[in-house]
Ligand binder design. Sequence first.
Ligand SMILES: *Cc1c(COP(=O)(O)O)cnc(C)c1O
Length: 365
Amino acid sequence: MGDRRAHTYNFNAGPSALPTEVLEEVKEHLVDFQGHGLSIMEMSHRGKVYEDVHDRAISDLRELMQISDEHEVLFLQGGASLQFAMIPMNFLAKDQQAGFLLTGSWSEKAEEEARRFGKTRIAASAKEGNYQRIPNPGEIVYDAADAYLHVTSNNTIYGTQWATLPEGNGTPLVADMSSDILSRQVDVSKFAMIYAGAQKNLGPSGVTVVIAKKDFLARADRDVPTMLRYETHVKSRSLYNTPPTFGIYVLSLVLQWAKRQGSVDALARNNAEKAALIYDVIDRSEGFYRGHAAQDSRSLMNITFRLPTPELEKAFVARSVQEGFLGLAGHRSVGGCRASTYNAVPRAASVALCDLMRDFAQKNG
Ligand SMILES: *Cc1c(COP(=O)(O)O)cnc(C)c1O
């Protein structure tokens, strides 16, 4: 028991790997949290013990991402998918328009959902060519009439990522960072809103992190149900109703772990190395492995690649499972393989995957 984890390489796309240290800590405190005689799950969210955990999570995220007082930090529920609706509910009136940068399935979903509330406009799209690339800054068509411009910073399914995030050019910039938040430093001051489901880089599923600029929040429509108004959660410090206390607790431990790694820059360096190892195997495989993403659009979080035939892809995934690799089958809409190398995936997992890929290519090439 437990030993199997040491021989498992978790490349799941989400929910995904959590640091083993964090899980050990959860285990240690699970039944009797800090000597209080009960689990954190069994405590009131109105008590000091939980509130300290909650507030520390907020302040640690502020510290790690260098979030100033211009922005609020919220812990919501409903995943990134609810944000697809909640953002236009609050910020897009029926006669207004919002711009969307289409770089994959998640940005498509965000745009479709916004269309239920107001008008949408495609400011740039990479749909042609099956989302293999990220648009150049020059391709983005700005429109001062946009209530906001929506971008997906990392495309989890296609394995592309904005190497440099786009500018808003005066339009409030809203970013879905579900699959690369905290994987590299971003200048939060440039964003009207950043949101992310926690289950890729931040913790377990069930918590959604929202970082929103106060002056943008001031523009929100007041005629929205209480739970779907950002204002409700700002006023109550995300304690309007019962928050997902256990998820926020684990998230807080992940943030403390991230701080122990040094800084977001240290995490970013490690992520760049982990991804480079795998891309290097792809590039040196003489075409046996073919990356889905164009070179300049490659994601450092989700590495998507194909093998020469679907049969070889099946055989590769089958062998990987036998050898303790999890999550390498690609998303059903893209096929092929995908390795998700989020913050908590250790470098040793990348090294092991490279060995497997090289050996499989040698035997089957
Ligand atoms: C996973 C993911 C989502 C969906 O997140 P949920 O929390 O499951 O709703 C949205 N956007 C991106 C970029 C994702 O990776």
